[in-house]
Each structure stands twice: as structure tokens, then as C-alpha cells.
Design a protein around this ligand. Structure first.
Ligand code: TXE
Length: 482
């Protein structure tokens, strides 16, 4: 069933291009099914895309902001109109369930509509000068050409939350999606192009990180890189950009704690834990991979959680009964299994899950795994696994739980379940994370407010909402004697 699938081209300078390299995209719910076939860029084509973006940028920046807003808004409308179709495509290529995938497309649409409005807000402020007869004008101008490098776990929402503000504020874009999820990225680029972008404003160069990604990092014409992915690649982005004084924005994941205190509502805490740790197959940078529970509620919570995890239905992403889809690909599955073996060696008790599952179709199915009686110093408690694997750690009391929660190099998201307003406030202030959730899962955020972490999770200004402006514009202060 593969030969009839069309090949999707690259986009450079408004032209769709074919190359002699092809990537075949496989459905993780059914590894015998091909999702699509994609032409891949190489370093030379990536440089051509940068040249096109460089040429197109001044005119795009001078364009009426109303026109930029209309293009983004139209793209948002088309995403909404094609929610079911694009949700299915996303579920087929990434493996998240249909409701999760459709929700992601909807979020991408909301982002475009929100950022469309921001296109009209970029101008700046007027000040009186300390010197008589002068006035001071502060403008927020585009940065120039922006390289956007994205991971596989949110194949449409992450590109949307980087591309939408980049274009809204008058930048041009060279976009390189993750190797394994080009289909949603391609659909998004096609929608934006048809929504009315002039040639060169958005260029699409799927390809390998080491070749195409690295070319963007090293090209002096690319003035900013917005990146989401692993810590190791994030460090390469930082090194390459700082070597040539380009700005960068990194989002590199977490080891997010959900603290459950003795006075928590048990049902709410269980919902937060199951949702936060295992939904989207645990493949979220905001996943609650560490569950830290004080000893008064530990046994009750542990036993109820084991039962809830054991009952989760793992299956084909498009099956309406499925709660947890497959792992994205073989490499990620191998990483999950390595950490499960490591947890056992480290002495944590695997209470449930962790085994490969067989379903009607061949896929990367893994039973959600819960380690209990774990120690926060173990590698399974310190390193991002990025799969349906969580650890349960006992704490003596609230202060001990807080210390354990903060004992991590990461700081993206953190949660606390408690019935006490006083403790909620205390945790809200003291948790070292960019996002804090009280009686809510650590994963699941809104598109119109800042997103990002502290410590090793994020570098650079926040993404999303109105704060996206900080990264995608640069400030110019002018002194004018009229
Ligand atoms: O990440 P990479 P991968 C973590 C998670 C996962 C692991 C590996 O633990 O198991 O990272 O995932 C591009 N120059 N997260 O391999 O390699 C690459 O092509 C420029 C957590 O997908 O960091 C892709 O487009 N670009 C994270 C993007 O970087 C390069 C989400 C991310 O890929 C490059 C994803 C280079 N030299 C993975 N090398 C989260 N927490 O959100 C690669 N890339």
C-alpha cells in the first residue's frame, strides 16, 4: 500500500521542490502502514532557504501588519475547518490518541488566531526625554531571519507557537521539523503558504538535525534560533549561536514533580498523576515523571495508583477505546526499555507495567510503567525518560517533599495537590519551576500565557502569549528632535 502515497516536497522561496532524498514516515500504531513520503533537504538547500528568507525579510517587515494578521488568522481558520482530518494525520504519525491529536490541532489554530492579533501590537512606546526638546521612541522591530527547529512530540503545536509569533512580528522563517514527524509540519506549511505568504517568508526544509539543523545554526544570516528538543542538542544550539552572537531560545524538557500532600483530595491527586504521567504516552516535556507523596497518604495513594495504571487501555491511536497510544518510534522505545531495566538495577520496585504489548496491528506498544518506593537520587528519578514511565517517591513531610521536588537539574513544570491554601501558596512560591500547578496536572497549559522553565529546562525568553514578543523582536530606542 505504499506506492500510491505522493511525495511531499520542500518549500523554498515560494516554490515546492523535489530532491533525490526521501523519508518514509511510519505509523507507530501499525508499523506496516506508511503515513507519507517526504523529500528531504540537504545543507545546500538549507542555505538556499536562508538566502530566500534573507531576501524576503525587509518587505515582509514593511508589510501592513493587518496583512500579516490576516494571513495568520486565515491559517488558524483552515486548521479549525480541518480539525478531524489533521487530528487523524497527527495521530497516525506521532501515535497520540485521536482526542489528544485533535486537541493539539485546535491549540495550533488558537495560537495562530491569538498571534494574528499580536501583529498589530508590536510598535512600541513613547517617552519624554530628560533633555528638553527631544522625545524618545522605543520600537520593537523584527530580528530578521529566524531558524525554527522542533521535536517530534507536538508536531503541529510547537511549530505553531514558534512560527506564528515569528511571522506576526515581521521575521522570516526557515523551519526544520523533527525527522520522524514531517506530515503535520508539511500540512501546516501548506496551509500557511496558501493563506497568502509572499515567497521566501516561510521556508520548509525537513532533513537531518546534524546536516540541515546544524547548517541553520552555523549560518550568520540566521539571526535567531528557537529550539525545542533534548538537552544535548540544546547545548549545541547554544554553543553555535553564542559563537556568532545570534540569539537563541531553548526548551529542553524536565523531570517534573507532582507533590501529593497528606491533606490532598485523593481522587484529584490520582487524576493529576495518571493524566500528567501517562497521557500522551508520557512523551511531554511537562509530564509528571516524579510523583512525590508524603507518608500519611503514601500507601493509600500508591495502591490506588497501581490499580489505576494497571487499568489504562493501551492501543492503536485511532481506536476510540485507547487511552494511551504507542511510543513514537523504535529509538524512543529502546530508551524507555533501557530506563525500565535500569530502574530495576537501581533497586526501585516496578509495581506495574513496563512490558511490551501485542495488539492486532504491530506497533510500539508499552504498558505504562510505575516504579514505587524509588529514591530521588536514582537515575530514573533524575534523567528525562520521555515515555510512559513514572517513579513514586515517599517524603517524610511537606518540607521534605518540597526539597525532593526541587532536587533536580530541571525546572519546567511542578505540581502540588493539597487542600490547604497556606501550603498551596508556600509551594507556589518555593517550587523551582517556570510553571506551577495547584491541584492540576503538571502537563496541559494555555496558549495565551507564558510557557517555559527555570534551571536546565529553558534558556532565553518565554514562549507563547504576549511574551513571545521578547524573543521575536529587538528593541530600538530613538531620540528625536522634531
Ligand atoms: O531530540 P533532538 P530527539 C528528549 C527526549 C528524547 C530525546 C531525543 O528524552 O528521547 O530528547 O529526541 C534537531 N543541529 N526530547 O532525538 O535530537 C532534530 O533534527 C541542529 C525532549 O528527537 O534534540 C530535531 O528537529 N538541530 C524534548 C530537534 O533538533 C539538530 C522533545 C530535536 O531533536 C541537531 C524532544 C543539530 N546538531 C526530545 N541535532 C522535550 N522535553 O520537549 C538534532 N537536531
Amino acid at each position: 500500500m505504499t506506492s500510491e502515497i505522493a511525495l511531499s516536497p520542500l518549500l523554498i522561496d515560494g516554490e515546492w521542490l523535489a530532491t533525490d532524498r526521501v523519508y518514509e514516515n511510519i505509523n507507530p500504531s501499525d508499523t506496516e502502514e506508511q503515513v507519507g513520503r517526504f523529500h528531504l533537504a540537504d545543507a545546500a538547500l538549507a542555505r538556499r532557504a536562508v538566502a530566500a528568507a534573507t531576501l524576503a525579510q525587509p518587505a515582509w517587515a514593511d508589510q501592513s501588519p493587518q496583512l500579516r494578521a490576516e494571513v495568520l488568522d486565515r491559517a488558524g481558520s483552515e486548521l479549525l475547518a480541518r480539525l478531524a482530518e489533521l487530528g487523524e494525520l497527527l495521530a497516525r504519525e506521532e501515535g497520540k490518541t485521536l482526542p489528544e491529536a485533535t486537541g493539539e490541532v485546535q491549540r495550533a489554530a488558537q495560537i495562530f488566531k491569538f498571534q494574528a492579533q499580536q501583529a498589530l501590537q508590536a510598535e512600541g512606546e513613547l517617552y519624554a526625554s530628560t533633555r528638553a526638546g527631544l522625545r524618545v521612541e522605543v520600537r520593537h522591530e523584527p530580528v530578521g531571519v529566524v531558524g525554527i527547529i522542533t521535536p517530534w512530540n507536538f508536531p503541529i503545536a510547537i511549530p505553531a507557537w514558534k512560527i506564528a509569533p515569528a511571522l506576526a512580528y515581521g521575521n522570516t522563517v526557515v523551519f526544520k521539523p523533527a525527522e520522524s514527524v514531517p506530515a503535520s509540519a508539511w500540512a501546516l506549511v501548506d496551509i500557511l503558504q496558501r493563506a497568502g505568504l509572499p515567497p521566501g517568508v516561510l521556508n520548509f526544509v525537513p532533513g537531518s538535525g546534524r546536516e540541515v539543523g546544524q547548517t541553520l545554526l552555523d549560518d550568520a544570516r540566521v539571526r535567531a534560533i528557537s529550539f525545542t528538543g533534548s538537552v544535548a542538542t540544546g547545548q549545541r544550539v547554544a554553543a553555535a549561536c553564542s559563537a556568532r552572537q545570534a540569539r537563541y531560545q531553548l526548551e529542553m524538557g524536565g523531570k517534573n514533580p507532582l507533590v501529593v500532600l497528606d491533606d490532598a483530595d485523593l481522587e484529584i491527586a490520582l487524576d493529576c498523576a495518571v493524566q500528567g504521567a501517562f497521557y500522551s504516552t508520557g512523551q511531554r516535556c511537562t509530564a509528571s515523571s516524579r510523583l512525590i507523596v508524603t507518608k500519611g497518604i503514601y500507601t493509600k495513594f500508591r495502591d490506588a495508583l497501581i490499580a489505576r495504571v494497571a487499568a489504562l487501555r493501551v492501543g492503536h491511536a485511532l481506536d476510540p477505546d485507547t487511552q494511551i497510544g504507542p511510543v513514537v518510534d523504535e529509538a524512543q522505545l529502546a530508551q524507555d526499555l533501557r530506563y525500565i531495566a535500569l530502574g530495576r538495577e537501581e533497586g526501585a520496585r516496578l509495581a506495574v507495567g513496563g512490558e511490551l504489548l501485542h495488539r492486532r496491528r504491530p506497533g510500539h506498544y508499552l504498558a505504562p510503567a510505575l516504579f514505587v518506593d524509588a529514591d530521588n537520587a536514582m537515575r530514573i528519578s533524575q534523567e528525562e525518560i520521555f515515555g510512559p514511565v513514572a517513579v513514586l517517591i515517599a517524603a517524610d513531610d511537606a518540607e521534605h517533599a518540597l526539597a525532593l521536588a526541587n532536587d533536580t537539574p530541571f525546572g519546567l513544570s511542578a505540581g502540588v495537590c493539597t487542600g490547604s491554601l497556606k501550603l498551596a501558596h508556600h509551594f507556589q512560591r518555593r517550587l523551582q519551576a517556570g510553571m506551577v500547578m495547584v491541584n492540576a496536572p503538571t502537563a496541559g497549559v494555555d496558549h495565551h500565557v507564558p510557557f517555559g522553565g527555570s534551571k536546565a529546562s529553558s534558556v532565553g525568553p518565554r514562549e507563547q502569549g504576549t511574551q513571545a514578543r521578547q524573543f521575536f523582536t529587538q528593541t530600538k530606542t530613538s531620540y528625536i528632535r522634531p
